[in-house]
Design a protein around this ligand. Structure first.
Ligand code: SF4
Length: 193
């Protein structure tokens, strides 16, 4: 089993419901969307066997993996997720909601960018829904989205720089729609990956 890996690094999850928790980020190359606000250079990748990935991440002493991208569901399979589970890893995924999530994932962050009405068919339930929002964007309709306990609005940054008008806009949206909560990309504010 091989993966096309863009990068692997160890840090803290900087946003969403697991913010602050130590995690190994495994960024898989390639995406099936092309968002204009994308902050990730996901195109490049190197082929690694799952054993090579395990040998690298075993050095970190942390048991939480975050599969991210790009779009990690383009590569992850039930068998790959089961293999990492057998080795004792808990696995989170950050997906754009355009494809099914493999079985065995422990924490699903679904962050739809388009095709909102299709997401629920593919991912009926998620641990969190996180939407990148800039000033003027409409609030997504909860009724057409997967079930979750966490509806999160994430103000879009300018690369690593906060855009205060996006934050202020999200704050007002949350105040008017209290089922939603604010999620800030704290890792960018504190200068970690
Ligand atoms: S879905 Fe995510 S990784 Fe893919 S282009 Fe959009 S923001 Fe970037």
């Amino acid at each position: 089993m091989n993966l096309n890996v863009n990068e692997i690094f160890y840090s803290l999850q900087g946003e969403g419901g697991r913010a602050g928790q130590a995690s190994i980020f495994i960024r898989l190359a390639k995406c099936n969307l092309s968002c204009d606000f994308c902050d990730t250079d996901y195109e490049r990748g190197v082929k690694m066997s799952v054993e090579e990935v395990l040998a690298k991440i075993d050095t970190y002493g942390c048991k939480w993996i975050i599969w991210t991208g790009g779009e990690p569901t383009l590569q992850l399979t039930d068998a790959i997720v089961a293999h990492f589970k057998e080795k004792g890893y808990l696995q989170a995924i950050e997906t754009n909601g355009t494809r099914k999530v493999p079985n065995g994932i422990d924490y699903i962050t679904c962050s739809p960018k388009q095709y909102f009405e299709k997401v629920k068919e593919l991912i009926p339930e998620a641990d969190e829904l996180r939407f990148p929002i800039q000033k003027g964007d409409p609030l997504p309709d909860i009724n057409v989205l997967p079930k979750t306990d966490r509806y999160l609005l994430s103000p879009i940054f300018d690369d690593q720089e906060i855009i205060t008008e996006n934050v202020a806009y999200c704050v007002e949206l949350v105040k008017k729609n209290p089922r939603w909560a604010l999620s800030i990309q704290v890792h960018k504010l504190i200068g970690i990956r």
